[in-house]
Design a protein around this ligand. Structure first.
Ligand code: PRT
Ligand code: MG
Length: 219
């Protein structure tokens, strides 16, 4: 059987990696305004490679944290990733030419209201280990960082940590667990990321897409 999914280099056109969930949900209208529409409904299809109305452009559906990895290694030319993911990613070989201003939220320190952040050896649970270390070091606060993969809100409730560093949008999840934002770490939105080699090899094609997306972000 003919392989219908050549790798990004063989494909010749452009491959864009993005994650399901809120990034896809916000990216689809933006891509549509830039003239890119998937041929399958991504919320229904189980396919991980989606063709689009543009024969030389396809979408890869990957885990949010995996987007920069696909792009750095050239398995995708372009990606759409949260600033939170990019701040935590320790790779190289990526350009971030455009803030897409979608999937916006805030990265915050959160805990029980009134929790002092200055206490010696503050215990912080988070999935953003590097970003959290950098933040507390810059504040001159000595923090012990505990890596978690999900349900961060439980950590202060169960005494695993004093505070967490996590994303907040409406604040409903924090409130529902008796927690509150205690400090602001960063404003988060999704970024367009581009493989450095692809930016050279496919310059005209990528420049055109960036220009269209930039217009779609403004409109
Ligand atoms: O789900 P999966 O494990 O595959 O990966 P993921 O959880 O990283 O993906 P996804 O789709 O949940 O989030 C992808 C990206 O969306 C993140 O990397 C952010 O850049 C962006 N984003 C924007 C958010 C939120 N807003 C957000 N609110 N990601 C997560 N949340 C969480 C928040 O931490 C809280 O637990 O959603 C929950 C609800 O938020 P409230 O404050 O509205 O209650
Ligand atoms: Mg999720």
């Amino acid at each position: 059987m003919k392989d219908s999914s050549p790798n990004a280099e063989e494909h010749g056109g452009l491959t864009i990696a993005l994650s399901k969930g809120r990034i896809l949900q916000d990216a689809l209208p933006l891509l549509a305004r830039a003239g890119v529409r998937p041929m399958q409904d991504p919320s229904r299809s189980r396919k991980l490679v989606l063709t689009t109305n543009q024969p030389d452009l396809r979408l890869l559906v990957v885990r949010a944290q995996d987007v920069p990895t696909y792009v750095e290694y050239g398995a995708a030319d372009i990606g759409i990733a949260g600033k939170d993911v990019m701040m935590e990613y320790r790779g190289d070989g990526l350009y971030e030419p455009l803030d897409l201003n979608i999937a916006c939220c805030r990265l915050v320190v959160a805990g029980r209201p009134g929790t002092p952040l200055g206490s010696p050896r503050l215990r912080v649970a988070t999935k953003y280990v590097h970003t959290t270390r950098r933040y507390f070091a810059a504040q001159g606060i000595q923090a012990e960082v505990i890596k978690l993969y999900g349900s961060m809100e439980l950590a202060p409730l169960m005494g695993l940590a004093d505070v967490i560093v996590d994303l907040v949008d409406t604040g409903n999840t924090l409130r529902a667990n008796g927690l509150a934002a205690l400090a602001h770490v960063a404003d988060i939105s999704s970024q367009l990321v581009v493989n450095k080699a692809a930016m050279k090899m496919k310059h005209a094609r990528i420049k055109r897409l960036i220009a269209k997306l930039a217009r779609a972000v403004r409109d």
